[in-house]
Design a protein around this ligand. Structure first.
Ligand SMILES: Cc1cc2nc3c(=O)[nH]c(=O)nc-3n(C[C@H](O)[C@H](O)[C@H](O)COP(=O)(O)O)c2cc1C
Length: 343
C-alpha cells in the first residue's frame, strides 16, 4: 500500500517527541509541505542547517511545470505558501522566523528562514496552526452568501505598499473576471504540450502517486477518473466545460480576491504566496473555502485584461474564488518530508 496521504497524519502533539534541533526543524517542515501548490507539483526543497538554526528553501529542479509555468511564477507562489505554513508552525512552538528572500530568479534558492526561540508555546486554540490540516482547495459551487464583514476587513488589512488584497464583490465584475479566467484556461489548454504536462499531474482516484491532483479534487468519481488523464491529454476539456465554468463565476462565486504586486518580481510572488496561504488559513477557520485560478497568472494577454478590469497599475499575481461550500473532497497526496530534503 502506498502511503501517499500519510503526510497529513502529522499532529501538533508529536512535537514533544522531537528532541534535537534538527528534528524540530524537520517537524516544522511536515506542516510546511501541506501547503497548496500549482498542479500539486510541490515545487519545494529544503536544506536544514542545524548550526545556524535555519532552513534554506529552494525551488525544485524537477517538480516544476516548464510548459504551464515557464517563468516559475506559480512555483514561487506555491513556495510562498509553504514558507507561510512553516512560519505559522514555528510561531506556535515559540520560534520567531525571519525570512530573507533570494531575489535572483537565476538561482534555485528562494528564501532563508532563520529561527529564534523567543516566546513560549502557544496555548491559543484559535492559532492558525490548527487550520493547516483543515485547509483544502474546494473547486465546487459556492453558496450565494456574502462573507462576514469582519473577516473581509481583516484580510484587506494584509495589503501593504507593494502588495494589495483586491476584493471583488460586484456580480458584473465577477462575471467579467470569470470570462477572462475561462478564456485564459481555454487558451492554455489549446496547446497539446500544456495538456500533456497537465495530464501527467491529474491522477485517477486510486493513484499511489505522491504528487498531482486526484480527479476527486475536481468532483470526478471513481471509474470515470481512470480515463480523465487521457481525456485531458487528448481534448481541450476547458472548452467543453466553458458553460459550467462561466456559471461557476456568474452563479456560484459571491466573491473573488486578486492579490496584486507593484513590481512583479520573484520576491513579490513568494510574498503573494504567503499572503494567499494566510488568507486561506484564516478563511478555513471560519469554514470559508478558496479555489485558485492559476491560468490568469501565466497567460499574459488575460493578465493584462484582468489588470484593466481591476483598474490598477499593480500586477495581478494570483486570483482565487472564495466562499462557502461544505462538501470537501479528500485531501490530495503529499511527498513525505524526507523526500523533499536536499541531499
Ligand atoms: C500557485 C497555485 C496555483 C494554482 N492554480 C490552480 C488552478 O489553476 N486550478 C485549480 O483547480 N487549482 C489550482 N491550484 C490548487 C492546487 O491544484 C492545489 O493546491 C493542489 O492540488 C493541492 O491540493 P490542496 O490545496 O487541496 O491540498 C493552485 C494552487 C496554487 C498554490
Amino acid at each position: 500500500m502506498a502511503n501517499n496521504y500519510d503526510a497529513w497524519k502529522v499532529s501538533v502533539t508529536d512535537f514533544e517527541e522531537q528532541k534535537s534541533d534538527y528534528d524540530k526543524l524537520l517537524f516544522f517542515l511536515r506542516f510546511g509541505i501541506l501547503a497548496p501548490s500549482s498542479h500539486n507539483s510541490q515545487p519545494w526543497e529544503f536544506q536544514i542547517d542545524v548550526e545556524k538554526l535555519s532552513i534554506n528553501v529552494f525551488k525544485s529542479k524537477v517538480r516544476v511545470l516548464p510548459v504551464g509555468d515557464p517563468n516559475d511564477d506559480l512555483s514561487y507562489v506555491s513556495i510562498g505558501c509553504t514558507v507561510e505554513n512553516i512560519v505559522v508552525t514555528a510561531d506556535y512552538f515559540g520560534y520567531t522566523v525571519s525570512v530573507v528572500y533570494e531575489e535572483n530568479p537565476q538561482i534555485e534558492l528562494c528564501a532563508i528562514l532563520q529561527f529564534t526561540q523567543d516566546h513560549s508555546k502557544s496555548i491559543d486554540s484559535s492559532h492558525l496552526i490548527h487550520q493547516i490540516k483543515r485547509r483544502i482547495v474546494n473547486r465546487g459551487k459556492y453558496e450565494q452568501r456574502n462573507l462576514p464583514d469582519e473577516f473581509l476587513e481583516k484580510i484587506q488589512k494584509f495589503s501593504t505598499t507593494d502588495h494589495k488584497v483586491v476584493l471583488i464583490q460586484d456580480s458584473q465584475t465577477i462575471a467579467d473576471i470569470g470570462k477572462i479566467a475561462n478564456y485564459a484556461s481555454i487558451q492554455l489548454m489549446s496547446s497539446y504540450l500544456f495538456r500533456r504536462e497537465l495530464s501527467t499531474h491529474v491522477k485517477n482516484n486510486f493513484t499511489e502517486s505522491y504528487v498531482g491532483i486526484p480527479a476527486f479534487g475536481m468532483q470526478i468519481p471513481g471509474i470515470l477518473s481512470l480515463i480523465v488523464p487521457n481525456l485531458i491529454k487528448l481534448f481541450n476539456m476547458d472548452k467543453f466545460s466553458e458553460k459550467q465554468n462561466t456559471a461557476l463565476f456568474t452563479k456560484y462565486t459571491p466573491e473573488i480576491i486578486v492579490l496584486t504586486s507593484k513590481n512583479n518580481t520573484k520576491k513579490d510572488k513568494l510574498i503573494i504566496g504567503r499572503m494567499y496561504q494566510n488568507i486561506a488559513l484564516n478563511a478555513i477557520s471560519q469554514d470559508i473555502k478558496t479555489s485558485p485560478w492559476g491560468s490568469v497568472s501565466v497567460y499574459s494577454e488575460s493578465n493584462k485584461e484582468l489588470q484593466k478590469v481591476l483598474n490598477t497599475e499593480f500586477y495581478p499575481e494570483f486570483l482565487f474564488r472564495i466562499g462557502y461550500n461544505n462538501k470537501d473532497p479528500h485531501h490530495s497526496p503529499r511527498l513525505l518530508v524526507n523526500s523533499v530534503i536536499k541531499k
